[in-house]
Design a protein around this ligand. Structure first.
Ligand code: SAH
Length: 346
């Protein structure tokens, strides 16, 4: 019977070194192969030219490299690129390259589908199929780094975990991927250029704080009033604002890293003075800033972007209270690549 071969990138460097010793080779062979697998992002054993054919055959017999494949690449009129990425089991996720004058940001997925059910998000309509493995997250970043060099003549500068999925529901693998992205055996990127965006899983936020992670934290808040937040983000009934608040205070206390709140203002949902006052109050608990995101319509119009007047009220009230606020325009809307539009439609 044919046994299933193991994903070689699930092995640590030590395990890979041990494998070679067990097979009568030198431990440093493990280092060579590890460099091919990560820093050089090899798609097959054949390309490992400093490894003998005999050794490559042994690797071939025991392992697979489950490298992702960019199936479809779409380019928006504003330069944004969306990759539909095929995984080894033929499931698809999407990642996005967002260029500005000075930066190239990769927006990557952490799950196939999503475990949460935010009413305004297209990804929520897909069933959560599975978590991504660390190497599948890493590969998305490498693919975008390559595209950035090819089309914009510069390396990738920032990464946001704002694609499909809830990163804190796949925390172990997200952390492994980030460790690889930031390590010298991987891409050597600074964790300060990485932002993990979450709907807010209090227990994991505290765990991250305890581990003193060095990347940035963004929280998709959208309302600081429980009743309203639960109506648009139903998991808020379980992970309430009080629990979230406590976890965020803990996060700041441990990491001294300012939190970003992502917030969409919708007509008739959260566009009154009472809503912005609640947000101001929430912002007082830990140093933070607010990112007002433009809404990207995904359906029949149940959710609509609030008026400019309501947005102005938000900006003025926040600023008057000394809270930093930015208004973020959407990118890549024409190819369904903007926040909340990722739904494998290409
Ligand atoms: N699950 C994570 C990351 C994915 S969503 C999280 O919730 O943060 C990335 C961001 O896009 C979140 O702030 C999310 O609330 C926002 N978003 C989702 N649907 C959107 C839409 N239709 N228009 C604008 N932003 C949206």
């Amino acid at each position: 019977m044919k046994t299933k071969k193991k994903d070689i990138r699930a092995l640590t460097l030590e395990q890979l070194r041990d494998f070679f010793v067990e097979n009568g080779d030198q431990p440093f062979r493990g280092n060579q192969v590890y460099e091919w697998l990560w820093r050089k992002s090899a798609h097959s054993f054949d390309v490992m030219t400093n490894i003998s054919k005999e050794t490559r055959d042994i690797l071939e017999a025991n392992f697979v490299i489950n490298h992702i494949k960019v199936d479809v690449m779409q380019r928006s009129t504003d330069g944004t690129i969306k990759n539909a990425v095929r995984l080894y089991d033929d499931l698809i996720v999407e990642s996005v390259l967002i260029p500005t004058k000075t930066r190239t940001t990769a927006c990557v997925s952490s799950q196939v589908g999503c475990s949460l059910d935010c009413k305004f998000c297209a990804t929520a309509r897909l069933k959560r199929m599975r978590n991504l493995n660390p190497d599948e997250i890493y590969d998305q970043v490498v693919a975008i780094d390559n595209e950035s060099r090819l089309y914009f003549d510069r390396p990738l500068s920032n990464i946001v975990f704002m694609g499909m999925g809830e990163p804190l529901m796949n925390y172990k693998n997200v952390l492994k991927a980030i460790n690889k992205i930031t390590s010298n055996e991987g891409l050597g990127m600074s964790p300060k250029r990485i932002t993990v965006s979450t709907s807010g899983v209090p227990k994991i936020i505290k765990k991250m704080a305890d581990e003193e992670v060095k990347f940035n934290l963004a929280v998709s808040l959208h309302s600081a009033i429980d009743e309203i937040r639960t109506s648009i983000m139903p998991f808020n009934a379980t992970f309430t604002l009080a629990d979230l608040r406590e976890a965020l205070v803990y996060w700041y206390h441990k990491t001294k890293s300012r939190i970003t709140y992502e917030y969409v203002v919708w007509k008739g949902i959260n566009d009154t003075q009472k809503d912005v006052d609640a947000l101001v109050n929430f912002c007082r608990f830990a140093p933070s800033k607010v990112n007002l995101i433009e809404y990207n319509p995904i359906d029949d119009g149940k959710f609509q972007q609030a008026s400019n007047q309501a947005l102005d009220m938000y900006v003025h009230t926040l600023e008057r209270n000394g809270i930093v606020v930015t208004v973020r325009r959407s990118r890549g809307k024409d190819i369904d690549a903007a926040c909340g539009q990722l739904a494998n439609k290409s």
